[in-house]
Design a protein around this ligand. Sequence first.
Ligand SMILES: Cc1cc2nc3c(=O)[nH]c(=O)nc-3n(C[C@H](O)[C@H](O)[C@H](O)COP(=O)(O)OP(=O)(O)OC[C@H]3O[C@@H](n4cnc5c(N)ncnc54)[C@H](O)[C@@H]3O)c2cc1C
Length: 451
Amino acid sequence: MLATRMGYKIIPSSMNTSPDSWYQARSASVPKYTAFKGKGVFDVAVIGGGLAGITAALEIARRGKSVALFETECVGSGASGRNGGFVSAGFAESIEKIAARIGAGDARALMGLSQEGVDYIRGAIKTFSMTEIDPVSGWLNAQRFDDRSSMIERAERSGEKFGRPLEYMDIDKVRSLLKSERYFQGLYDADAFHLDPLQYTQQLAGAASAAGVSIFENSDVVESRESANGFELVTSGGTARCGKIIVAGSAYLKRIFPEIRRGVLPVATHVVVTEPFFDAPDHAINFSGAVSDTRRAGNYYRLLPDKGDGVRLLWGGRITTGTRPPQNLASQMQRDIARTFPQLGQVEIEHAWSGLMGYATHKMPLIGEIKPGIWACTAFGGHGLNATAMGGLVVARAICEDDDRVNLFDHYRAEWGGGIFSQVITQSIYWFMQARDGLDELRPRRDIAEA
Ligand SMILES: Cc1cc2nc3c(=O)[nH]c(=O)nc-3n(C[C@H](O)[C@H](O)[C@H](O)COP(=O)(O)OP(=O)(O)OC[C@H]3O[C@@H](n4cnc5c(N)ncnc54)[C@H](O)[C@@H]3O)c2cc1C
């Protein structure tokens, strides 16, 4: 831990070692799972203790097979336990671009599956009587330039063509909720919600364990070999035999399964949480749901309930390609907050952390059997809460019930992600997106001036 004059207390040493996030700080002691030692035989082995791996393992165990889940560190130590907590239908890729690539019919079917992911999370919270998840409804996506007609068009297209209803909000409505001149029109998703992702991940792992999944933490899978009746997985502590493997290691996967790994670009993104506001910040944010903006490289934020001492602001955004968070992360985020809500003054940042998202070049998940017996369930990018639930479910149904809905993902296979140039490519794309966002915001003002 590192205390600075800004009150920025936490600098994680890497992207998945003790992030000491706000989620972790408020989390009570959690069950620990032992490391795998010796030998074992399972129908299915899952690599990765994030939400993709846990959901797949749970759903396969519920369908009667023996399952082992191997995790390098601990459950939720990757992106799943440190993200923004926004749950909504859709994918990292926009539905318009999906439809342009695969046609409106299959795009609508994929959107339906992604909605199933949202419903799955809602259902799991109830079924497993989860506590401390703090779900809060609603997501407002606000535009940072004035373009009424395109927002109305997007709302109509989303509902009519893709079955995802969004409510159009005009400038006055948006600014009554978010008191910032940066914002113009918005789209409101009443079905979306936000939650504590670490609690959800840990409690879903608890449900998987209760359903019979053998969860092994501190168990890095370092090698996979074919054997007579399937595969042998070599971990730091032993060797497990299994009939099928599900690879759900996302951006944290190293060394093994190059055919999957080379298609997944690691992209770091960052989150901060402020100190509590003792006066609720109604003069800036009068909205309890999730908020994002329509920029390609935008910010997202939400108010956090804080037991007894006011409300905090969780603020996320920025993308970097290094494996460590930027040293001045807290001050960069402070500036982003001040640019949007100058009336908040200089907010003190108490927690700051980073995580890695796994992106395929097409921004869609890699889901399906890539070789006989080896399944991918990974690359959910920055839209993984609903999508990992959906991915785990789709793979479990395909393995246990021969359900062919998994074939919808044949449109999106692993593509070369740039190899050793991937970091440079990703950083350049981010800067390019920022430049286009800046132009988008300038253009309407220029149009008005020219008129
Ligand atoms: C800061 C941040 C904010 C985000 N905000 C949101 C949001 O608000 N809403 C949203 O929908 N999505 C969000 N996302 C994206 C979302 O968190 C991810 O898409 C999702 O959690 C990915 O889950 P996963 O299970 O695929 O991967 P992860 O959660 O990253 O899990 C992969 C796990 O695999 C393990 N592993 C890797 N290799 C091995 C191996 N060889 N042996 C054993 N274990 C291994 C790793 O240790 C890791 O724990 C955000 C991501 C980040 C980083």
